[in-house]
Design a protein around this ligand. Structure first.
Ligand code: ADP
Length: 494
């Protein structure tokens, strides 16, 4: 229900504006109490007027009841005095008076229509028992009052026993009167109209105040938007500050942090571009030097041609490798959603990688050992994970000593599988360990280049592992060897 209501409000565009909401809230906060107060005051005025009228009428009719007894009106309705008093009262209250005798017969009706008829209503019966009743009919604008006609002289008779007194207290007759409340209603109407005018005037002020307040309260948010727009338009690249509210401070802080991150990203992008150009230019420069030196010589011996052309071919291969690595890296920079996740037998995947790399290892007389603690099947992107793990094993071979070893261990618990690639190689200096995942970072540039490194391998590996929501750790000691530990969830978290 709440959600539906929210969705409905969300669809009305103006209600999605904070300013509009504040305006309506302030408006309601102004209108509800004043309207409520108007109703409460008018209601209490009405209640009080009705009560005063009832008390007044009851007093008058008590006196009339006495007169009815004194003049024996219940037995003979010809009394001039009583009749004129009745006319007077019905005129005064703009109402109708009925006198009912013990037999429930109407002996007098000031309207002259019900005389002789019998009236047996609940109110009349109650009144005969001594309780006068009042009944306010708001819709039709009258109050119905019953007053008992009691012979107090008889009831106060000497020597009467208590139960006899009660008997005697029973009414001889009942005055049933309907009194119009028109005058009270007219006053109420006038009051209501005046209050409404006052309220309308107040409403104009409330609208003005609500509008001004809503504008004032939302101004800091507009300042935040303006400041962000300024940054967007490039007028400033400094940190922005709007400290009016804790909330705006939070937004601005978050934005500044984002700005900071964007700056870092931009710097790293620029650095990346300049690194890429440099890396791509190096083989080209070598090729140009080689080609130029061939061209400058008049008669070049065939062996020299062959030697230089081999060097040029090597440089082309290197250029090709860099471009391929760059393309892989660019692919990794895309979102993790691009992962093509399937259920993969990781043991088999590692066997295949090692099978492909064994000939290269053999050339350096390096032994590759594979230890699989348990069979592992995981939800991974087979192609990307192969690339990532190949890079680790390739590095373990590349940066190894002749006749060294590489040990790959696969294990798993109920949540993750881990691949450990350990080698007996040259190791990574401690200060370099935090940089090895950076693009184009190489501990020893010339050595890495010599053995065909591009400096992109670990950057690719790390991206792939992070895309799989995994982690990679390195432990290494210079001259002793390196251990890379990769941990990846068995089930890919969506
Ligand atoms: P490269 O293409 O140069 O191998 P990587 O990104 O794969 O680039 O690795 C970055 C650097 O980290 C390498 O140049 C090398 O200096 C160091 N490195 C990576 N793996 C190892 C290892 N197993 N043993 C020693 N050094 C390593």
């Amino acid at each position: 229900m709440v959600a539906k209501w929210k969705a409905f409000l969300g669809k009305i565009k103006i209600l999605r504006s904070l300013k509009a909401r504040l305006f309506f809230i302030i408006l309601l906060a102004g209108i509800i109490p004043s309207t409520g107060m108007r109703y409460a005051i008018l209601q209490s005025y009405e209640d009080r007027s009705i009560n005063v009228r009832i008390a007044d009428v009851q007093n008058q009719f008590k006196i009339l009841a006495n007169h009815l007894i004194i003049y024996g009106y219940l037995h003979d309705t010809s009394s001039e005095v009583v009749n004129s008093e009745l006319d007077q009262l019905s005129n005064l209250y703009d109402g109708r008076v009925l006198i009912i005798d013990k037999n429930f017969k109407v002996i007098k009706d000031t309207y002259g229509i019900s005389e002789g008829k019998t009236v047996i209503s609940e109110e009349v019966i109650m009144c005969f028992k001594g309780t006068s009743t009042t009944n306010y009919d708001r819709k039709n604008g009258y109050i119905e009052i019953t007053t008992p006609i009691v012979d107090t002289v008889v009831s106060a008779g000497a020597g009467a026993k208590p139960e006899e007194t009660e008997e005697a207290n029973l009414a001889e007759g009942v005055i049933l009167s309907s009194v119009s409340t028109n005058t009270i209603m007219t006053t109420l109407d006038i009051l209501n109209r005046r209050a409404l005018i006052a309220e309308l005037i107040a409403l104009v002020f409330i609208v003005a105040i609500a509008f001004a307040l809503a504008k004032l309260l939302t101004a800091p948010f507009e300042r935040v938007t303006q400041a962000i727009n300024d940054v967007k338009a490039g007028f400033t690249d400094e940190q922005i500050s709007v400290n009016d509210y804790v909330e705006t401070e939070h937004i601005v802080d978050a934005f500044n942090q984002l700005l900071g991150r964007m700056k870092v990203l931009d710097d790293s992008r620029q650095e990346f571009v300049s690194n890429v150009s440099h890396e791509l230019k190096t083989p080209l420069t070598s090729m140009k030097v080689l080609a130029d030196s061939l061209l400058m010589q008049e008669e070049v011996p065939a062996e020299l041609y062959k030697e230089f052309m081999t060097d040029i071919a090597n440089e082309i291969e290197r250029e090709n490798k860099i471009i391929n690595d760059l393309l892989s890296l660019v692919k990794m920079d895309k979102k993790a959603a691009d992962l093509n996740v399937t259920s993969v037998d990781v043991n088999e995947l590692l066997e295949l990688i090692l099978k492909r790399l064994r000939p290269i290892a053999r050339r350096k007389e390096i032994e590759i050992i594979f230890e699989s603690i348990r069979p592992v099947t995981a939800e991974v992107d087979e192609v990307k994970l192969t690339l990532a793990l190949s890079n680790l094993v390739e590095n373990a071979i590349k940066y190894n000593n002749p006749s060294g070893w590489v040990k790959v261990t696969l294990d798993a618990d109920h949540q993750f599988f881990s691949v450990e690639v350990a080698d007996s190689g040259i190791g990574i200096p401690e200060e370099a360990q935090e940089h090895i995942y950076e693009r184009f970072y190489r501990v020893d540039k010339s050595h890495s280049r010599e053995i065909g490194g591009t400096g992109l391998g670990l950057a690719i590996t790390r991206s792939v592992i992070l895309m799989h929501r995994g982690s990679i750790k390195v432990m290494s000691e210079e001259g002793k060897g390196t251990v890379f530990n990769v941990k990846i969830p068995l089930i890919h978290p969506v």
